[in-house]
Write a protein that binds this ligand. Structure first.
Ligand SMILES: [Zn+2]
Ligand SMILES: [Zn+2]
Length: 800
């Protein structure tokens, strides 16, 4: 105070002193998706603006900041950090405390610490941004035509992360060193590559190679490599190019012979291929782009979006060869600068499909690619930045009414799920998911992860990929979940693997019925756990092991007071030869007509005499497995209509039935009735109606339309019957955009409709749904006078 008294020496001394005396030191902790998004450079810039001294650091539990300033300035600084974080960041938690006063000189980025157990979200891969694209196209830029241009806003993240926290030494960029000019950018606070961990340029380039056989590298000159790829694509060859989540097979989408070659070598007779366009303007020449599709295509996840084909394609794509019998094609914009350059220079649409051997996961490792992809590709373009985890491209579509439907959740979308509807878990829960379209889910501390699509677990390669990815994610997060959740199916590989882990480590294990998991998933996605009004769930898919030992797949549940009750399902019919039935819609037709010899003639022509007798015998045998699968019902109808007798890929018959129905010239408001008898939905009138219409020579497209209209009508009738107005939908059947639109059109004005949001209605959501059912079951054990769901879960988990 003495110095204040001698203030007469000059006002500047007084104000300096007052300012100094008002200095406080604060510690800020920000959690969420805060690594690999330029958060530290952002904090530095804000510190420079507010003239705040101190430091920022990355740790395994998020970003920590310490600074000294006056309370007023601190408030503004803190507000700026929280309210306008970098574009790709997600803040889940933030708080500050005042600590003992310290004096800092300037503001620095401190070395990252990795001691704690990670408590953060994993940053997904981000598609090349417009600024980087501009640099690649600018002759005067240092990164002109540089195929690995990235910045703070874009580039690979999850796919190159080997450990946390996210720093170059914890990525597969580690062996590559920045040149002096890149280092200058890296340390320059005003540069858009300040502290960019993926920074490189043509002086310190990632080496590239172009192979014509596993032993023959034709070129390692970056310019030549891209030129070679383009000229071979122009010659009608198939070129495998290393992407972000794995190798992609590219060929000219305007060449029938190139596509035929790819189909032949990939043993993929009819499954549609996705296309890559260099820009939206070119895409618009082939498909009708609506605003929501344009927006989705430009998302930082750069997904494949299914769009409606135009009647006349201007670029000359071979529509029938690309997507036989379908009215939509999948298209995407390039997600990486390398793909962007190839696409730009090629100037036409390219087929871009996952580089895998039929049935196996996408190949992402260079050695595997050179060993295995030459059976399909003529050339392989590779580079020396390892992909740590495989990811296919994400796929989505929109119904005509704009309802988003995720068909595959992978690169750019996985592995975070935010916000976490289950609340924190101190000990962790791992849900193994389902067998087809597998994806595991992990609840770890405050964070929820739903893995990328990990394929069908029918091959050793898929099983290895599932195990490796799960171990990798658990190791990144240092997670050791105490509880394991599995599907009830006794023979799922993922369930057996879960049981194996539980047996060897003594963890708790709980099994959860498949369709209940589906229902739990859509309830959790829509925050309906605590709803006061009951919810009627329509869970329709191909297959799932039921509580009664039969194959379920057309469940109607009521959710009320945290209980799920199965109230109705399609009347059971025989399930012949397990998996074979899902591959041969003609078998579904036969099973649906098993008790009606008069009508069987409709499909008898699709069997040889021998086969017919054999299947008739099988049907006579007692004790056969029964199913109530909606997927098989639709397959059977597709076969009766002669649309598809065999599926060459999963869901082919159903997709073609949808395509046909959508484009029907006549769409009457007539429906086939499906009456409810006790708990059985009797589909025999539906089948009889279809066959009558067929007899009357009604256009099969109109019959297909009436089938979907009848299903929407069934939803309406069930809603009236049970007097429930909250309707939720999950299961693979609800990937059908037409069915969703009819439901929305007929019901949205008087019912509340709930669909999946971030997850797919297909089995990729099962792991998440298992967590949902587990949360619901746990919450039943407590007396919940309070209404805050997260608190309840938190209480239970803390107690356990
Ligand atoms: Zn960028
Ligand atoms: Zn460089």
């Amino acid at each position: 105070m003495a110095e204040v008294k001698s203030a007469g020496h000059g006002t500047s001394i007084v104000s300096d002193f007052l300012k100094h005396s008002n200095m406080h030191t604060y510690h800020i902790h920000i959690n969420g998706l805060v690594q690999g998004v330029g958060f530290r450079p952002f904090v530095c810039r804000q510190a420079a603006i507010f003239l705040v001294n101190g430091w920022v650091s990355n740790t395994n539990d998020g970003v920590h900041i310490e600074c000294s300033t006056t309370p007023d300035v601190f408030n503004e600084f803190y507000h700026a950090l929280i309210s306008e974080p970098p574009a790709n960041a997600i803040i889940t938690h933030h708080h500050y405390t005042e600590v003992a006063e310290k004096t800092f000189t300037g503001f620095i980025i401190r070395h990252s610490s990795h001691e704690q157990k990670p408590d953060l979200l994993l940053t997904p891969d981000i598609a090349v941004c417009d600024e980087c694209k501009n640099e690649i196209s600018n002759k005067n830029n240092k990164r002109f035509q540089y195929p690995f241009t990235t910045c703070l806003k874009c580039g690979p993240r999850y796919s190159i992360t080997t450990a946390l926290p996210y720093d170059r030494e914890n990525t597969s960029m580690n062996p590559l060193h920045m040149c002096n000019s890149c280092r200058e950018e890296y340390f320059d606070i005003s540069n858009r590559r300040h502290f960019s961990q993926t920074n490189s340029c043509s002086n310190c380039a990632i080496p590239m190679h172009f192979y014509s056989s596993p032993e023959t590298c034709l070129s390692s000159d970056p310019e030549e490599v891209v030129e070679f790829a383009i000229s071979e694509l122009n010659r009608g060859c198939i070129v495998a190019v290393k992407g972000i989540g794995g190798y992609l097979l590219l060929c000219d989408a305007t060449s029938d012979s190139a596509i035929a070659l790819l189909r032949n070598r990939k043993q993929r007779p009819a499954k549609p291929f996705a296309l890559m366009y260099p820009n939206l303007a070119l895409a618009a020449q082939d498909v009708n782009l609506r605003s929501f599709e344009v927006k989705a295509l430009q998302e930082k996840s750069a997904p494949i979006v299914l769009c409606e084909l135009k009647h006349f394609s201007k670029t000359g794509i071979c529509k029938e060869a690309i997507a036989p019998g379908l009215y939509k094609i999948g298209l995407m914009l390039p997600c990486s600068p390398l793909l962007y350059m190839i696409s730009e220079h090629f100037g036409k649409p390219l087929i871009a499909t996952s580089g895998n051997i039929s049935g196996s996961p996408i190949i992402y490792n260079d050695k595997d690619a050179l060993q295995n992809l030459f059976g399909i590709a003529d050339y392989i373009l590779t580079y020396e930045r390892d992909i740590v985890v495989p990811q296919d491209d994400s796929v989505m579509q929109f119904s005509d009414r704009g309802q988003k439907i995720i068909l595959r959740r992978s690169r750019g979308l996985a592995p975070n799920y935010f916000p976490n509807p289950f609340g924190p878990s101190a000990k962790g829960v791992l849900a193994m998911g389902a067998e087809l379209k597998s994806a595991f889910a992990l609840l770890d501390k405050n964070n929820l992860f739903v893995s990328q699509y990990l394929g069908d677990q029918g091959t050793i390669e898929s099983q290895d990929c599932f195990q490796d990815t799960m171990k990798h994610v658990c190791s990144l997060l240092k997670a050791d979940p105490a509880q394991i959740l599995v599907d009830k199916h006794p023979a799922y590989f993922v369930s057996l693997y879960g049981k194996d882990i539980a047996n060897t480590t003594g963890k708790h294990i709980t099994s959860i019925q498949h369709h209940k998991a589906h229902f739990g998933a859509v309830l959790a996605e829509n925050n309906l756990f605590d709803t006061k009004d009951p919810v009627l769930g329509f869970i329709w898919d191909g297959t799932g092991y039921g509580d009664d030992g039969n194959i379920w797949g057309s469940e109607i549940f009521i959710y009320e007071n945290r209980e799920m009750q199965r109230v109705a399902h399609l009347r059971y019919f025989p399930q012949l030869l397990g998996d074979k039935m899902s591959k041969e819609p003609r078998l579904s037709a036969l099973c649906l007509l098993a008790n009606d010899p008069q009508k069987q003639f409709v499909v008898q022509k699709y069997f040889s005499t021998q086969a017919w007798q054999y299947y008739q015998q099988l049907l006579q045998q007692p004790g056969s497995i029964l199913t109530g699968s909606m997927g098989r019902l639709l397959d059977g109808i597709a076969a009766m209509l002669g649309i598809r007798l065999y599926n060459t890929y999963e869901g082919e018959a159903a997709l073609q039935l949808e395509s046909l129905a959508r484009n029907a010239a006549w769409k009457p408001s007539e429906y086939y009735s499906i009456p409810l008898i006790n708990t059985d939905l009797d589909w025999s009138k539906l089948i009889a109606g279809v066959l009558d219409d067929l007899n009357r020579k009604t256009d099969i497209a109109t019959i297909a339309w009436k089938v979907f209209f009848s299903l929407a009508k069934l939803v309406e009738q069930m809603s009236e019957h049970y007097g429930i107005n909250n309707l939720a939908f999950s299961g693979g059947v609800f990937q059908n955009a037409l069915l969703i639109d009819i439901i929305i059109e007929r019901l949205s004005y008087r019912k509340k409709l709930f669909f999946h949001q971030q997850l797919s209605p297909n089995d990729e959501s099962i792991g998440f749904g298992q967590l949902a059912c587990f949360s619901i079951a746990r919450s039943k054990k407590v007396n919940y006078a309070d209404t805050d769901f997260n608190n309840k879960i938190k209480n239970i988990q803390e107690r356990n």
